[in-house]
Design a protein around this ligand. Structure first.
Ligand SMILES: *[C@@H]1O[C@H](CO)[C@@H](O)[C@H](O)[C@H]1NC(C)=O
Ligand SMILES: *[C@@H]1O[C@H](CO)[C@@H](O)[C@H](O)[C@H]1NC(C)=O
Ligand SMILES: *[C@@H]1O[C@H](CO)[C@@H](O)[C@H](O)[C@H]1NC(C)=O
Length: 437
């Protein structure tokens, strides 16, 4: 069994879809695609173009083995897009129509099985990348909780593609019951799709626990070793109460997190701290403590449960982001020199923050593991590459309305055009391509 796993892992990673995909030029513009709907600012060394508009709330982008682009559009379904030799989209069709589809989308490395999620259910389909047709819909998991966080991220484990990771967030800001993994909230579980009963697994009672204490881990992606890295949306309206004194700390705390979730073939039941342990972004809000950026803290320390309790028990984040950035998706470039993360943007910060794509430089250590270059206590471990010109003035009326783009999907193009990024602003679903010069 163990040997089989290793052989399968090497085969899956070595056959990565990229080698087979025909390379395409990055077009300067595509006919029929309207201008960027919102203004943007680019870091030097990057260019941007809009490759698709008129979509509905783009949430997730994945690629099939032919280089076709599959897009999850919240409340519309899954579309598939082919490309002409000029690099522009030359055909678009709905693959799966249904207003329950709201976010999660993943494909096996052989391109033959698709997964997509609604708030409560994960389905699979057989898929043919040559005809772009689906068949044989199956329910893989059912009964996921509902609550304030409705997206359900799914990812196929590349080393063993019969396994899928499936995430559910908390059902409130402080979901105290989610301390128990049996609630099936603030958690990522692992299911063996090849063994799904005909009516699907029950999310809460079946499958295995990969990690929990994850408030809303919307994005996760595997590095070239198959180790998953997740981005976590942390809490709102925070105050810290010490010795009876309550101080508002919500502008710059708690941090959003980048977690090293480990190898899903070996890691089980890792606890990341929620709903009691949160990470510091700005240590200035914690005078008289030795907490640093990235350290865990509790909202109201007491004699039996304090910051040190967390820092001994919960897996700490490997890097953190400005509070309220709202990271949605993360992806590596083709040689994992950098991770890119989309920040959807805040509603709970004055002035607003987020509404950008950031780049996190990574390095490969001598023992072969991948790590961010910056240490865990860094506030400068990532940099903006594409952003709203003045994020502080971006409005956030509801989750998808704004006078700025609301960035979601992030997927590095196997055909070499750059980083594809989606927006789910309800005024127009758009996809942009960001290219390093
Ligand atoms: C799109 O372009 C590709 C590559 O040139 C071509 O094979 C395909 O037939 C085109 N599809 C449509 C619908 O024009
Ligand atoms: C101390 O804090 C923990 C974690 O927030 C909480 O569960 C516990 O009830 C608190 N104990 C007291 C005595 O307040
Ligand atoms: C690789 O090296 C780093 C840095 O020394 C260490 O923290 C990590 O645990 C090592 N990983 C493995 C799998 O040996």
């Amino acid at each position: 069994m163990h040997l089989f796993k290793i052989v399968a892992a090497v085969a899956a990673l070595a056959s990565g879809t990229e080698a087979a995909v025909r390379q395409l030029p990055k077009p300067a513009s595509c006919s029929g695609v309207a201008n960027f709907r919102y203004q943007y600012k680019l870091e030097s060394g990057w260019s941007a173009m809009k490759i698709a508009g008129g979509l509905k709330q783009v949430r997730t982008i994945v690629w099939d083995t032919e280089g076709n682009m599959l897009v999850s559009q919240n409340t519309r379904g899954i579309s598939v897009h082919t490309f002409g030799d000029n690099g522009c989209i030359n055909s678009t069709a709905m693959l799966i129509s249904g207003n329950q589809i709201n976010h999660g989308l993943s494909i096996t490395p052989d391109g033959k099985t698709l997964y997509a999620s609604s708030e409560t259910t994960l389905w699979s389909w057989a898929y043919d990348p040559l005809t772009r047709k689906i068949s044989n819909q199956k329910t893989i998991v059912r009964g996921m909780s509902t609550g304030i966080h409705s997206s359900r991220t799914v990812a196929v484990v590349p080393q063993q593609p019969n396994l899928v990771l499936l995430q559910v967030g908390s059902n409130s800001n402080f979901d105290m019951a989610s301390q128990q993994p049996g609630t099936g909230r603030a958690i990522i579980k692992i299911f063996d799709a090849s063994k799904a009963p005909s009516n699907g697994f029950n999310y809460n009672t079946e499958g295995e626990v990969y990690g929990y204490g994850l408030r809303n881990e919307i994005g996760f992606t595997a590095d070239p070793n198959g180790v998953f890295w997740g981005v976590e949306n942390s809490g709102d309206d925070f105050a810290r109460t010490e010795n009876g004194q309550r101080r508002d700390i919500h502008i710059d705390n708690p941090a959003e997190k980048l977690n090293n979730l480990g190898d899903p073939l070996t890691v089980r039941n890792a606890w990341y701290g929620y709903p009691t342990c949160f990470s510091v972004w700005n240590p200035a809000n914690f005078p008289n403590s030795n907490l640093k950026t990235g350290s865990h803290f509790v909202v109201s320390p007491n004699s039996s449960y304090n910051d040190a309790t967390c820092n001994g028990r919960a897996v700490p984040p490997r890097l953190t982001f400005q509070a309220h950035s709202a990271p949605i998706a993360n992806t590596f470039d083709s040689d994992a020199k950098n991770m890119y993360v989309t920040f959807h943007g805040s509603w709970n910060r004055q002035p607003a923050t987020g509404f950008k794509v950031v780049q996190i430089p990574f390095t490969k250590l001598p023992n072969g593991t991948y790590e961010p270059v910056a240490p865990a206590d860094s506030m400068t471990g990532y940099k903006d590459i594409f952003s709203a010109p003045n994020p502080g003035s971006c409005t956030a009326n509801g989750l998808t309305m704004s006078n700025c783009f609301r960035l979601t999907a992030a997927a590095w193009d196997p055909a070499g055009r750059g980083l594809f990024v989606g927006s789910d602003n309800s005024a127009e679903g758009e996809i942009y391509v960001l290219t390093p010069n």
